[in-house]
Ligand binder design. Structure first.
Ligand code: 26Q
Length: 822
């Protein structure tokens, strides 16, 4: 036998150096003398990949031996972030690599910084998928992520004249050393056309779908390492390409335009990630993307299942599919099509398999964000699926009528087809009907799904609903991003916390140890210096690392209320203008986040932040106590810099609007204190860290609903609160926009007239709470104590816990024998 994992891939410094030089020469094709940083990064990445391959292939064989269920995580987004540092940690070769690289006169941190991140996601939902892949591999769960290999990921954001400008993200420009193209595993996906039905010779009803276009899906695989588990799972992303025979048929028959058109159609599908814009409805390409990757993935699963020698009848026993929101929910109809039309199953058996295969995770409470597709568009693109959905719906509504007789209003409310006015397919309802389990992503969110958004479905199938609170991976978000704090923690409690975050509780006793607290502050300061340098380089603004770092980084959205944060900044600004001798804790307000390109109000909020920053930072009367920084192009890489450096984490959404939040967890793990509302996972974080270690303000979700029901009048609050009035008048008058009183009018008018996210109702409570924060920061001992308790009590917010919950409550996976301890 040929041994591939031999001395060529051993982890001695000498072998690693040789590996880097070999890869530089044979793969990158450069001599050392002319190699750039990027060449060195690429050679290093290949050297690391060489050390992943053996376990990647072995993992597959091990899973096959154990014959356990496989989890397929279907997601339109995977926001992976850079791989190199994470792979080094998970392999356990960071130290030897650092030395090997140093002996080649290179700097590892510098090379790590050369990697451009695959930003194939918008925000929380895509990043959650990435954290879950990390935990699945760490726990040794047989799992595969399926998604789209977008050629252009999330746009890059620049700030010009204070406004957001979008630029394309060509992340593949210099190649991607982590992926392997697998052209032999390609599949075909049809679009458009028509259906024909007939009775076959046995009198059975048959349907043939003849699509107009056939597109090829080509998989690109990336290994996903577990943390020291010996496991490497796979992320399989599909790229759409022209189907050659389909293309040449047209070409040869003289239909040149048709041939070129087909090629353009095919290659367009995986071209670009959609930002989660306000008005997405009717974007046909988005539906094409969703069907494309879902169909590719299901066909691939069936092929793998059959190749392993299993019968399709047992599909749901071997495979479980998690739908990351409704984006892949067309899979319910697609699996029915594959089973009934292609594999000849009868309806009932096919439905048994399908409905036991899928599970659906919901990520939103905003009714306007629930995905629905106009019937006309849907029927033109997927005529067969629409027929199947009608049939699924008819049978489903029979069940509704049986359980709730004489309640046609309920039937209309629950129908998968929305028949009020223009007709739509309601994707969340399709997902609910086709899934065994439906889960929310935090306790409050799941309760609100049951009582509100999906209440009718809860009444029909209460047993389907469960909660799985989100989590984040402590590997990337602590061990990789915050080496300073990690080292200090490890020096006291050992390394075990990285694979078992509950062990952080052993830090609790150090909260009362003043020596440790002072070490804790030393670490925090060092990390802040690191961020301050970066800010100076990127923006030219100098910030004081001993000021409080107050951070709000997340997508810009009215419900997340970045503008409430601004109202507080301006409140402080006016207080200082009136009394320059006022003693407050110097604070640096850090903002980061992208606005959807078509979301005008979000873009105006960015302009407001940058405008306020310009005034505040240049006013010598206040700029020793207040600094405001908007950091352009917030992404995973920058997140890794900012979470560790924050003293205060802003989690200030209107209660009942943020499904969970995950940045809240990343901050708290890194020792930041939270100022937050009782929303999403904030509630569980506060219960975990202790109410005395959390700055709470604002209305509860129930109070928000009651205020709205009673008739909410923001103008009355404006009239009766002098400080608020001064701030709003300042913004409205042009004081922060060089005298232009019209610039922020839409924002001010929206607040005064409707204020849909209740900023005014929460304003005073927020200001009072911020004043408590200020006071507390002046007592470093008390602050550090609270900070340590926060970090020490975050164990349950590891994505390892979330994945264990999914295994137990949804996927019915009870054995973890592959990874553990290998
Ligand atoms: C839908 C249709 C067409 C185009 C885009 C979209 C689209 C894309 C992305 C809709 C939504 C998203 C992303 C949603 C998201 O990130 N939700 C967040 O999910 C997190 C993980 O569960 C939660 O923590 C956040 O509370 C939730 O806002």
């Amino acid at each position: 036998d040929l041994i591939v994992d031999d001395e060529r891939t051993s982890n001695t410094v000498a072998a690693l150096k040789q590996g880097i030089l070999d890869n530089l020469f044979y793969v990158v094709g450069k001599r050392v003398e002319v190699a750039t940083d990027l060449d060195h990064f690429t050679a290093l990445a290949y050297t690391v990949r060489d050390r992943i391959l053996a376990r990647w292939l072995t993992t597959r064989e091990d899973y096959a031996k154990h014959n356990v269920r496989t989890v397929y995580y279907l997601s339109a987004e995977f926001l992976m972030g850079p791989y190199l540092a994470n792979n080094l940690l998970n392999l356990g070769i960071e130290d030897v690599i650092r030395q090997a690289v140093a002996e080649l006169d290179l700097d590892l941190n510098h090379l790590i910084g050369r990697e451009s991140e695959p930003g194939l996601g918008n925000g929380g939902l895509g990043r959650l998928a990435a954290c879950y892949l990390d935990s699945l591999a760490t726990l040794g769960v047989p799992a595969m992520g399926y998604g789209i290999r977008y050629e252009f990921g999330m746009f890059h954001q620049a700030i010009r004249d204070g406004w957001q400008v979008e630029m394309t993200d060509y992340w593949l420009r210099y190649g991607n050393p982590w992926e392997i193209r697998r052209p032999q595993a390609c599949v075909e996906v049809g679009f458009g056309g028509h259906t024909q039905s007939w009775a076959d010779s046995f009198g059975e009803y048959k349907v043939l779908w003849s699509p107009n276009e056939i597109v090829k899906g080509v998989p690109f695989d990336t290994p996903i390492l577990g943390y020291r588990s010996g496991v490497a799972n796979t992320l399989r992303l599909w790229r759409s390409e022209a189907n050659e025979s389909f293309y040449f048929d047209r070409f040869n028959s003289g239909d040149y335009e048709g041939a070129v058109g087909a090629k353009v159609f095919a290659e367009n599908i995986s071209k670009v990630l959609y930002p989660n814009d306000e008005e997405i409805r009717g974007k046909e390409l988005r539906l094409q993307q969703q069907y494309f990757f879902t169909s590719c993935s299901l066909q691939d699963m069936i092929r793998r299942h059959e190749t392993a020698g299993h019968s399709l009848e047992n599909f749901h026993e071997q495979c479980t599919v998690q739908l990351n929101d409704t984006h892949p929910s067309i899979g319910v109809a697609e699996l029915m099509r594959l089973l009934v039309d292609i594999h000849g199953f009868d309806w009932d058996k096919a439905w048994e398999i399908t409905s036991h295969t899928f599970n659906y995770t919901n990520h939103t409470l905003l009714p306007e964000a629930l995905e629905r597709w106009p019937l006309r568009i849907f029927g033109l693109l997927l005529p067969r699926h629409l027929e199947l959905i009608y049939e699924i719906n008819a049978r489903f509504l029979t069940i509704v009528r049986a359980k709730f007789p004489n309640d046609e209003a309920r039937v209309a409310r629950m129908s998968i087809i929305d028949e009020h006015g223009e007709r739509y397919v309601r994707m969340a309802y399709l997902a609910c009907v086709g899934s065994s389990h439906i889960n929310g992503v935090a306790k409050l969110h799941t309760e609100l799904l049951k009582s509100d958004v999906l209440h009718d479905f809860y009444e029909l199938w209460p047993e389907k609903f469960i909660n799985v609170t989100n989590g984040v991976t402590p590997r990337r978000w602590l061990a990789v991003s915050n080496p300073e704090q990690s080292e200090l923690m490890t020096s006291k409690i050992g390394l075990g916390w990285i694979g078992d975050l509950d062990q952080l509780s052993q830090l609790e006793r150090y909260a009362e140890d003043s020596t440790f607290r002072s070490e804790w502050r030393g670490v925090q300061h060092a990390v802040k210096v690191r961020l301050a340098q970066y800010i100076a380089e990127k923006t030219g603004v100098s910030v004081d690392p001993s000021s409080m770092f107050d951070a709000q980084v997340k997508r810009i959205h009215e419900y997340k209320r970045q503008h409430l944060n601004v109202l507080y900044i301006l409140t402080q600004y006016y207080r200082l203008k009136k009394d320059p001798t006022l003693e407050i804790s110097p604070r640096t307000f850090l903002f980061g986040g992208k606005a959807a390109p078509g979301y005008f109000m979000a873009k105006l909020i960015i302009k407001l932040i940058t405008s306020v920053a310009e005034v505040v930072n240049n006013d010598p009367e206040v700029n020793r106590q207040l600094k405001v920084v908007f950091l352009p192009d917030y992404n995973v890489t920058f997140g890794q810099l900012v979470y560790p450096a924050a003293d205060l984490s802003e989690q200030i959404s209107t209660a009942g609007k943020e499904a969970s939040g995950t940045g809240n967890m990343k901050f708290a793990m890194n020792g930041a204190l939270t100022i937050g509302t009782l929303d999403g996972a904030n509630i569980e974080i506060r219960d975990a860290v202790g109410h005395e270690n959390f700055f709470l303000f604002g209305l509860t979700a129930a109070e928000v609903a009651a205020r709205k029901a009673a008739g909410y009048h923001p103008h009355q609050i404006y009239e009766s609160n002098g400080a608020l009035r001064e701030v709003i008048d300042g913004i409205g008058s042009g004081r922060f926009s060089r005298g232009d009183g019209s610039l922020f009018r839409p924002l001010v008018d929206s607040l005064l007239n409707s204020d849909p996210y209740l900023l005014f109702a929460d304003y005073q409570s927020y200001v009072d709470c911020q004043d408590r924060v200020c006071k507390m920061y002046r007592d470093p001992e008390a602050w550090s104590r609270m900070s340590i308790y926060n970090a020490a009590r975050m164990g349950q917010f590891s994505s390892d816990r979330s994945i264990r919950d999914y295994c137990k409550d949804i996927w019915n996976i009870t054995r973890f024998e592959i990874g553990a301890g290998v």
